[in-house]
Every structure is written in C-alpha cells, then in structure tokens.
Design a protein around this ligand. Structure first.
Ligand SMILES: NC(=O)c1ccc[n+]([C@@H]2O[C@H](COP(=O)([O-])OP(=O)(O)OC[C@H]3O[C@@H](n4cnc5c(N)ncnc54)[C@H](OP(=O)(O)O)[C@@H]3O)[C@@H](O)[C@H]2O)c1
Length: 255
C-alpha cells in the first residue's frame, strides 16, 4: 500500500495557492513545497510574495501578483497560469478579507470588497478547473471558509454571507467535478493568529480577547494548524472526501 503521508506526498504536482503572501495561505504554500509540490503562489503584495518565493523549499516555484476581483478575470488568469506552467493538481483558495460592520452601515462597496476575494474569485477558480486540461483528473480544490459561514456574530453579516456562499459553491461544484474524480472541499476555520486576526482583535481589550480565545475549546489556532488540514485535503490521503466542510476551529462550533 502507498504511504500517502510520505514526505514527498505532493511530488510531481503543481498547486495554485491564493492568499499566499500572508497567514494561512503562506503557511499552506510552505507546507505544500515541503511535501514536494510545486507552488504557484499568489497575493497582491509583491514584496511579501518575493519573500515567500525565497522561503519555499525546493525548486520550480513561481509567484504571480494578482488582485482577485471578479469571476471572469480570475478564470482567465488561472487559464493563463496553466498555459505557462502546466495543469494543476490542486488549488488552495485562501484569499479573503474580513469586515466588521453592522448591516445598517454595510454598503454595496463593502459587499463587493468582501465577496470579491473569497466568493467571486472562488467562482472564477471553479470555472477554470471545470474546463478541460486545467486540472488533472483526481485533482483537489480547497476553499477557505470560516466558522462565520455557519454561526452568527454581530458585525459579520457580509463576511458570514460570503463564507456561507463559498460552502454552497463547494457542495454543488463537488457534484459537477466528481466525474473526473476532482474533489472539492472547504475548511471552516475558527480564530487563527494571523495578520487578519490581529486586525480583528486590535480594538478589543485584554479581557475580551481572552474571552474570545476561551470560546475555542483549544484556544486560538496557528496558521500551520490550517495548513496541515489543507495539505491533507490536497493530498491523496483524502481521496474519498468531497463536498465537505471540515471544521478546523479548536472546538469553537461544538459549544
Ligand atoms: N485568521 C482567521 O482567524 C481566519 C478564520 C477563519 C477563516 N479565515 C479565512 O482564511 C483565509 C486566510 O486568512 P488569513 O488569516 O491568513 O488572512 P491574512 O493574513 O490577512 O491573508 C489574506 C491573504 O489574502 C490575500 N487577499 C485578500 N484579498 C485579496 C484579493 N482581493 N485579491 C488577491 N489576494 C487577496 C492577501 O493578499 P495581500 O496581503 O498580498 O494583499 C493575503 O495574502 C481568508 O479567506 C479568511 O477569511 C481566517
């Protein structure tokens, strides 16, 4: 029997990682490379992308600075990457922005901003990998969701709506791509200590942040905790898992 947990379990594959310039996406890109995969890392900040490229173990990795705005341009961008670098074995879609704003103050421009990076870009990726020769058969697509996709919180209407929509996309896309044995899954993360988390908790006092940590049975997570789950879902170890939303939340949602 093949050991799907071997050090080189992603060797020979090319993996597109969005949000690779920071946090969870960066940690996932580093772990993919450590498992032998070739990374196409994407984000908006060219300086941080260059830093990622230098940090990735192995050779052949590339970075592509791209602001993800709408499904059509994202589809074209992914197809361009495939023309240049070959078909993808997997995609980890980590790009996304947070928003804490009550519904009464949330404008169309806020919705556009929150939905662009996560849902519209996710849809553009979905369209691209649905087309011939863009993703290899038995490939894997992993999209970042959040506990906010299934739970409610004051000020999170737009963000929650975006992540719930991502989970809906995952369920139907998994049905469409199953004929090619391509798997599609989401990760619903709890609070993970990244730049996004720092921005979200910046205004909270020490007591409120401690209470927020306690709402997770295992406290706040680290980017590597999510990267480990992402690489599992990208690898052959999860070959019988599709259409699922995996909670990686330190026990937040059982409470
Ligand atoms: N941290 C948490 O507690 C947490 C919890 C649940 C879910 N999540 C989700 O996990 C994912 C990663 O979050 P993180 O904590 O790692 O955040 P982060 O450190 O702020 O990183 C976000 C990444 O997304 C990229 N990005 C955002 N909007 C983009 C756009 N429109 N086009 C292209 N790239 C864009 C950023 O690029 P640049 O920096 O280069 O601009 C950055 O690489 C997000 O989808 C987030 O919603 C996070």
């Amino acid at each position: 029997m093949t050991n799907v947990f071997a050090d080189d379990c992603l060797a020979g594959g090319t993996y597109l990682v969005t949000g690779a310039s920071s946090g969870i996406g960066r940690a996932t890109a580093l772990l993919i490379a450590a498992c032998g995969g070739r990374v196409i890392g994407s984000g908006r900040d060219e300086g941080r992308l260059a830093g990622l490229k230098d940090a990735l173990p192995g050779t052949g990795h590339v970075v592509s600075a791209q602001a993800l705005r709408d499904a059509d341009t994202v589809t074209d961008w992914v197809k361009g990457l495939v023309e240049a670098h070959g078909p993808l074995s997997g995609v980890f879609h980590g790009a996304g922005v947070e928003l804490i704003k009550p519904a009464r103050m949330t404008r169309q421009s806020d919705l556009d901003n929150v939905l662009a990076g996560s849902l519209y870009a996710g849809f553009g990726i979905a369209r691209a990998v649905s087309q011939k020769n863009t993703m290899v058969d038995a490939g894997s697509v992993v999209l970042m969701s959040s506990v906010a996709g299934a739970t409610g919180q004051v000020g999170m209407t737009a963000y929650s709506a975006a992540k719930a929509a991502v989970e809906g996309l995952v369920r139907s896309l998994s049905c469409e791509l199953a004929a090619r044995a391509i798997r599609v899954n989401a990760i619903a993360a709890g609070a993970v200590e990244t730049a996004m988390h720092a921005r979200l908790t910046r205004g909270s006092g020490e007591a409120a942040t401690a209470e927020y940590a306690r709402s997770h049975l295992l406290g706040f997570g680290a980017a590597d905790d999510v990267a480990n789950a992402a690489v599992f879902l990208l690898s052959g170890a999860s070959r019988w898992i599709t259409g699922s939303v995996m909670a990686v939340d330190g026990g937040y949602m059982v409470r």
